[in-house]
Structure formats: C-alpha cells, structure tokens
Design a protein around this ligand. Structure first.
Ligand SMILES: *Cc1c(COP(=O)(O)O)cnc(C)c1O
Ligand SMILES: [Zn+2]
Length: 503
C-alpha cells in the first residue's frame, strides 16, 4: 500500500525519522555514557549497561491508541527496513536512520496455537512462538539485526571502519553474528569462539558456511566468554554477545510482537522463556515495561523463567524468597540437552535482578517466577510437542516442561494462556533426538528414553527379490513390477493394512 493511501492522521508517523536520545546507563553506578561509541561495560565501575532513551517521555505525546494503529498499519508498508524488528523503531533504535537498518528477514515469527490434543493433554491453552523461523533459525537474529544495524550506522556515518565482530557462543549467537557479518562484507568480518564439542554439528556448520573465522577452545561457554571479554578489552573488536546492550534492544521486539498479536491485551497471559546467559529474559522484561510505560499495553503479563537443573544459577538465586537474603553464586554446569542455555554464570544477571524488581513493582504483585526442570522432562516434552505438529528445539521442550513445573508449583492458573518460546529450530538439535531414539544418551545427561517416544526408520528389502533399483541402474519391465509389488506388500504387512476384497 502506498503511503498516501493510509489514514491521513497516521501518515506523518508511519515512516519514522531518526529521533530520541539514546544513552548507555550503568546498572552499578547509574552513570550515563554517550551512545556514539561501542561500550559493553561501565568504564567507571565495570558493571553491565542497558540502553535508555533519555527522551522516552516524548512518546507519550501520541495517545496509546495511535501507537497501536501505527504498528498495525506499518504491517502494510512495503519498506524492508520496517518489515522486521524496526516496525517498533521508536522503541528499539530511534536514533537509526532507516537507510542504515540491516534486515535479513528476522522477527514476526508465528505464534502457533498448540495442537488441540496437546492442549488437552497439558490442561491449558498455550502457544509456541517459533523463533526457529528466524533467518539463522534462532531468536538471536533479533539482537543481531539491532547490533549490526548500529554498526552499519557507525560505519556509514564515518565513526567506525573495518569492524571485526567477535562473540563467544553456545552455537546460536555465532550462527547469527556470522550471518549478519557476512551480509555486510567486506566492511565487517567475524570471528567466533565456541566451546570445543559443546555445539551441535548444525550450529558449527552455520558460521563456517558464512565464512567466519571459527575457533574452538577447551572448556564450556563460560570459559569462552572470559576469553572473548579479554579480547574486547584489549583489542579493537566489536563484541556481539548479549553483554552488548544493542543486542538486548533488538530482542525486545519479541515482547512487542506478542503484545501486537494479542491486540495489546495481555490480561491473563503468561510468557515462558528458557534462561542461559539471561539476555533474552532481560529483553522480554524490558520490552513489556517500555510498552506499559507508554500505555500501549495496560497489563504486564506473567513471566516464567525456566532453567535446566544442570545449569540453574538464576533459579537458585530466586529460590530464596527473602529478597534481602538472596546471594548470587555461579554454578558449575553439567551436560544439558538444552545446550544453548548451559551457562553457569549469566552475564545479564545484574540486569535480571534490576528488571525483575521493577517488573514486580510495576505489576503491583509478584509477576516473575523461576522454575528448574530435569533433563528427562526437557527431552520428553520436546518429543511430545513435536509429535503434535510443532518444531520445538530442546529449549522449546524446556519451556513446556517449565510450564508444567510452574503449574505444579501453583504459579499459573488454568484459565491463563501461555506463550512458550521455542527459541531455535528443532533441526539444530536433532542430534539429541537421534541419541534418544537410538538409546545412546551419555549417562551424565540423566535421560532414559521412553519406548513410546522412540522412533526409527525401517529398511524394507524383501529377501525374495533378486534385483533392486540402484542409482544409475534403474529396473524396468517385469523386475520393476516385482520390486514394486513385493515392496508394497511388505510395507502393507508392516502397517497392518488389509488387502481390499476383490469385486
Ligand atoms: C541463546 C539461547 C538460549 C538462551 O538465551 P539467553 O539469552 O542466553 O538466556 C536459549 N535457547 C536457544 C536456542 C538459544 O540459542
Ligand atoms: Zn558504573
């Protein structure tokens, strides 16, 4: 639709011009730093940062109803830069001119109602939001679109040149960073650090295919993170981990989309999200808080953070009900099928602590809960979900296991409606499914396959056949007919099909 065909009162707002007054704000000493450079931690006290808009109040000049209409009408604009996370430009990166936005098809992932049978089985209404349908097949693309648009902007305005983007990763961050960097070749190159043997073959193939320099190092993600932090403190590189607050801004789009998909009514909604480095839950909390501050939503949905019992430092922190007695302690992680969340010392923990407090205050009640789940539950629920037509990865399974745990703990009422974050595509983690189906999951995962959830291909090759077709050596005539007849009847026997009665 052409701009002049939109309602006249909205036309001035549909294509946003740069605005706002973004700044880095330290969560430790609360100092403010200028946005026109790359900053990951406070130069004064070393604490993590969030990006704030010091002119945020200007957004109240439009009534909430106008904002809702702006976002709804923007769906119909044929402009690539507003197709993804920047539909919410004023909330995500208002200082960016649209011509510097990098769009690779991220965002606006579908919210799929759980199959009727599955909802009945689980006992409540819920959706999966399929983040695996992002370009590199995980939600990390949202944050990368934001971080790389900003890098692109810094380069286009002459404040930065020849960027080397680096990140540590449990697999998906590097896949996303390498993809966006490859798109901005040759001005941006990328290097990724992975814990050796701790990412899936599919995840490893992604940065390799995008042409990134890939380094595997001993240890787990937390060790990789230390190395990459050292690199970013001592060398001229751009850090693309969620320590980079631009990543958080982009990932806030997840909340805005859910709000829009529910027509901005989040009464009785529950958002279930797996936690690893805690960037995602940080963004989700902040996103809902920002929409609520402007009145675009009036109700803050309930948030359930889920962790595996093999990597549960956030859950452990909040297990202590008394706020003043909580102490954060990193944990040594055990192997987890929710491998992208296998993190013992989440970088965003200070952000979580800060935002959970505000979220509960703004909600006027406890509105953020944490649960931990067993590896067995994660695997079983993933397989059950996918047997009902979903494409959840192990972390999507973790969310469903978390939903059950949260109900058991009394955090959720059955009349509430949940949205589960299927953070990546099932195919990225199919190796765990293979191991489950072949009953060869290493003991340390503590997962025992259930026979009723296993599946395996059956080779059909009737003994009575002398000849079978092979590539380049097709059968024809009578041998082909015999092959077809006997193979079909072997399959019919296997399926228990009856021969139709002759007329
Ligand atoms: C990164 C990731 C997570 C964890 O998200 P955090 O922001 O690190 O908490 C969960 N699932 C998948 C598939 C991921 O890639
Ligand atoms: Zn500080």
């Amino acid at each position: 639709m052409k701009l002049e065909q939109f309602p006249p009162d909205l036309q001035p707002y549909l294509v946003p011009a740069p605005g706002g007054a973004l700044a880095y704000r330290c969560l430790g000493c609360e100092r403010i730093f200028a946005i026109d450079r790359l900053l990951y931690t406070c130069p004064r006290c070393g604490e993590v940062l969030l990006i704030v808009d010091q002119a945020f109040e200007r957004l109240t000049r439009l009534p909430p109803e106008t904002w809702r209409r702006i976002f709804d009408y923007r769906k119909m604009l044929p402009q690539a830069s507003l197709r993804g996370i920047y539909r919410y430009h004023e909330f995500i990166g208002p200082v960016l001119p649209l011509e510097h936005v990098v769009y690779l098809g991220e965002g606006h992932t579908p919210m799929i109602a759980a199959s009727g049978v599955l909802q009945e089985f689980v006992g409540m209404s819920f959706y999966f939001k399929n983040e695996g349908q992002n370009p590199s097949a995980s939600f990390k693309d949202r944050g990368m679109a934001s971080a790389f648009s900003y890098l692109n902007h810094l380069m286009a305005s002459g404040r930065l040149r020849d960027v080397l983007a680096v990140c540590a990763s449990t697999g998906d961050t590097s896949a996303a960073a390498a993809l966006y960097a490859a798109y901005l070749q040759p001005r941006i190159k990328s290097a990724v650090l992975l814990p050796h043997g701790k990412v899936t073959p599919q995840q490893l193939s992604q940065p390799l295919g995008s042409g990134a320099r890939v380094f595997e190092i001993p240890g787990v993600f937390d060790d990789c993170m230390k190395v990459v932090e050292h690199l970013s403190e001592h060398f001229p590189v751009a850090l693309l981990n969620s320590k980079n607050p631009w990543r958080i801004l982009g990932q806030e789009s997840y909340s805005y989309e859910i709000a829009q998909d529910f027509e901005y009514d989040l009464t009785d909604k529950v958002i279930v999200v797996p936690i690893g480095n805690a960037g995602n839950i940080t963004a989700i909390l902040n996103g809902f808080l920002k929409f609520r501050a402007i009145g675009i939503i009036t109700e803050l949905p309930k948030i359930i953070g889920v962790q595996s019992r093999h990597a549960n430092p956030v859950y452990r922190y909040y297990r202590q009900p008394e706020g003043s007695r909580r102490v954060f302690a990193p944990v040594d992680v055990q192997p987890s099928v929710a491998q992208a969340a296998m993190i013992g010392n989440p970088v965003s923990m200070p952000r979580v602590i800060h935002l959970v407090k505000r979220y509960n205050q703004q909600s006027g009640r406890s509105n953020v809960y944490f649960v931990d789940v067993r590896e067995q539950e994660i695997m079983d629920w993933q397989l059950i979900a996918n047997r009902h037509g979903h494409i959840a990865c192990t972390h999507g399974g973790e969310c469903l296991a978390g939903l059950m745990a949260a109900r058991q703990a009394g955090h959720i009422r059955t009349n509430e409606v949940a949205v589960l974050d299927a953070t990546a595509h099932a195919l990225k983690f199919s190796g765990f499914q293979d191991m489950y189906f072949q009953n060869r999951i290493p003991d340390e995962y503590e997962v025992v396959p259930k026979a009723e959830l296993m599946n395996a291909p059956v080779l059909i090759r009737p003994d009575s056949l002398e000849a079978v077709p092979e590539p380049g050596r097709p059968l024809s005539g009578e041998p082909l007919e015999r092959f077809v007849r006997q193979t079909a009847s072997a399959i019919a026997v296997a399926l228990g099909l009856e021969t139709p009665r002759q007329a």
